[in-house]
Ligand binder design. Structure first.
Ligand code: FES
Length: 162
């Protein structure tokens, strides 16, 4: 049984989609929807969440996730599952520069705790916090998919905050 035949069939296409997002956001989401076969707009959920997150200054809210669900004719729970699984989605405000440190087993046994200590001291914040000037945030992640170069951290500039 495929994903499409599961809860999707119980969701009625939403009306009033034009009111959900700004024209600019809709154009961006629609570009992604157009990459998939007709009726498979749910496949654009990851891109839609990223676009909406960027438009909101770097984080998602439940209301925004619900709007994505309505726009893509998905059950909200299916959108929450994606938005809470991947570490690239934020559910609270982050700094202009987001520094992620992997503390999973391979990185942990190769010294990720030292990186965490160093960053916490250097930035004078704890993991999960944002610096007072809003420039940096620290985030613990489970795996950055780069175990071979452990311990592993990644930083990203939140382009919406520049
Ligand atoms: S365990 Fe650290 S990057 Fe995968």
């Amino acid at each position: 049984m495929g994903y499409k035949s599961l809860p999707m069939s119980t969701v009625k296409p939403s009306e009033g989609k034009d009111q959900l997002f700004s024209p600019e956001v809709k154009v961006e989401i629609d570009k992604w929807i157009a990459k998939y076969p007709e009726g498979w707009q749910q496949s654009a959920v990851m891109a839609a969440l990223r676009i909406v997150q960027d438009d909101n200054g770097g984080s998602l809210t439940r209301e925004l996730m619900d709007k994505v669900a309505a726009y893509l004719d998905m059950p909200p729970i299916a959108v929450y599952e994606v938005a809470t699984f991947y570490s690239m989605y934020e559910h609270k405000q982050v700094g202009k520069h987001k520094v992620c440190v992997c503390t999973n087993i391979s990185c942990m046994i190769n010294g990720s705790d030292k990186i965490v200590d160093h960053l916490e001291k250097k930035l004078d914040i704890k993991m999960g916090d944002v610096t007072e000037d809003d420039k940096y945030s620290l985030k613990e992640v489970e795996c950055l998919g780069a175990v071979v170069v452990h311990p592993c951290s990644r930083s990203a500039i939140n382009t919406t905050r520049i």
